[in-house]
Design a protein around this ligand. Sequence first.
Ligand code: ZN
Length: 195
Amino acid sequence: MKVLIDNGHGVDTAGKRSPDGSLREYKYAREIAEKVVSELKKRGFDAERIVTEENDISLSERCRRVNSICDRIGTKNVILVSIHCNAAGNGSQWMNARGWEAWTSVGQTAADKLADCLYKAAEETDFKIRKDTTDGDPDKEGHLYILKHTKCPAVLTENLFQDNKEDVAFLLSEAGKETIVSLHVKGIINYLKTI
Ligand SMILES: [Zn+2]
């Protein structure tokens, strides 16, 4: 089983930062993605980042990379987790929304089970958990390009809000980084145990 980790955006993406500039989503996502991959590898899992570049790679190219690995080793042997931070505004001012959430594509898919495992790991933290339980599972479902156009089970995590002061302070702390990394590692490993 190959675990693919995506990190959102790039150095050239406008906005996508905390109002004070201390957190930039592309940079934070890359740091977390790198640590998730290395923790999974330490535990013997096959994990790989799909965007190691600093600049933004188009969503179609990201999907092409994922799907070419699916074609090579079999879609059933691949999962994808895309790491982001959330925002309630446009990055110009601090906002009130907080919390953690995960997205899957619309409908019941194998990604729901992966999202469930990530939610369970997130629930072990003291994050505010943002859920949509109207369809019987906690994940939010939407037409996000990278979820819709990749062949394998794919989940996008929104790791707290980059425009909430308390969330940013936590995200940038060592404890915060460790918590975000370990929830992905735990969630992914628990999913791999079920299949
Ligand atoms: Zn993002």
